[in-house]
Write a protein of this length. Structure first.
Length: 268
C-alpha cells in the first residue's frame, strides 16, 4: 500500500505547481478617449458568463468560458429570464437578436483590422441575452491593443499596447504610449507633444523594483481584495483545492505508516 501512496504523493507534487497559474488580477491601464481589445487570448483566460438585465445564468450552468487553446473555448454560457412570462413577451427574431447582441458587446470597441495572428483563442462568440460589457480574467503574457475612439486622433510615442508581465513577483500591465486628443484640437497638438516627453519616461520604472513601495503595494492589495469578491477567480479556488489535496495525501501517508508500525510492533 505504501508504494501506491508514494506514487500518488509524487503525482500530487507534480500537479500542484500546475494549479498555481499566474493571473492578471488588475485591469489593463485606462487611457482617456481610448479603448483596448485583445486580438488573441492566452490559454487559461476566462470570460465571465454575465447576462443582461432581466436574465441570469441557468441553474447549474457554467460561470465562465475557459480558453483551452487553438480557438477552443470550454463550457457554454446560457442565460434564462427571471420572469416566468418573459418567454412570450421577450422573443426577438433570431437575426434581430443576433445583431443586437453583437452591437452591445462591441459598442465600446471600434473594429480593428482582422489579421491572422498565431494565438491561443479568438474572441468567443456572443451568447443569447449576454450583458453589454464582458468581464475577462487575463493570464500573464496577455497583450491588449489600444486605439482612440471616433472623433479623437492618436498621438503615439511608442507602441499602443499593454502587456501583462511579472514584475518584482507581481503581475503588472505595461503602460501604453498613446494619447488621444480631439480632432478639432490638432492645431495645438505640437505643444502638447512636447509636454508628453516628460511623461514618456514613466514606463521605464516598470522594469525596476523599488525598495520602498510598501504603502503602494498595500493600496494595490486592498483594491484587488475589494474587486475580487465581485468576480471570484476560479483558479484561486482550484489552487486551494490542490493544496487541500496535497495535505490530505500527506495525512493519509502518515496514518498508513502509523498503522503499519503498530501492526509490526504487535507481531513482535
Amino acid at each position: 500500500m505504501e508504494p501506491r501512496l508514494l506514487t500518488w504523493g509524487l503525482f500530487t507534487f507534480i500537479m500542484v505547481p500546475g494549479c498555481m497559474t499566474e493571473d492578471c488580477d488588475q485591469d489593463p491601464p485606462s487611457i482617456s478617449y481610448a479603448t483596448f481589445k485583445a486580438l488573441t487570448y492566452k490559454n487559461g483566460t476566462m470570460v465571465i458568463c454575465d447576462c443582461k438585465k432581466g436574465f441570469r445564468r441557468i441553474k447549474n450552468g457554467s460561470m465562465y468560458l475557459l480558453c483551452k487553446g487553438n480557438s477552443s473555448w470550454a463550457n457554454k454560457c446560457q442565460c434564462a429570464s427571471t420572469s416566468h412570462n418573459a418567454r412570450e413577451r421577450v422573443t426577438p427574431q433570431p437575426e434581430e437578436h443576433k445583431g443586437k447582441n453583437t452591437i452591445e458587446v462591441q459598442s465600446q470597441i471600434q473594429p480593428m483590422d482582422t489579421i491572422n495572428l498565431p494565438g491561443d483563442c479568438r474572441e468567443p462568440a456572443p451568447w443569447k441575452h449576454e450583458a453589454a460589457k464582458r468581464t475577462y480574467h487575463f493570464k500573464v503574457g496577455q497583450t491588449v491593443h489600444y486605439q482612440c475612439i471616433q472623433g479623437y486622433k492618436a498621438i503615439q510615442r511608442g507602441p499602443a499596447i499593454s502587456v501583462c508581465k511579472m514584475t518584482c513577483g507581481e503581475a503588472k500591465w505595461t503602460q501604453p504610449q498613446l494619447t488621444c486628443i480631439a480632432e478639432n484640437e490638432l492645431h495645438s497638438s505640437a505643444g502638447q507633444e512636447d509636454s508628453l516627453e516628460s511623461t514618456d519616461a514613466l514606463p521605464e520604472s516598470e522594469t525596476s523594483c523599488p525598495i520602498t513601495t510598501t504603502e503602494s503595494a498595500k493600496e494595490m492589495e486592498t483594491s484587488v481584495t475589494v474587486e475580487m469578491p465581485i468576480f471570484p477567480s476560479e483558479y484561486h479556488i482550484a489552487m486551494a483545492g490542490c493544496i487541500f489535496l496535497l495535505i490530505s495525501v500527506l495525512l493519509l501517508s502518515g496514518l498508513t505508516w502509523q498503522w503499519r508500525w503498530k501492526k509490526n510492533r504487535r507481531a513482535i
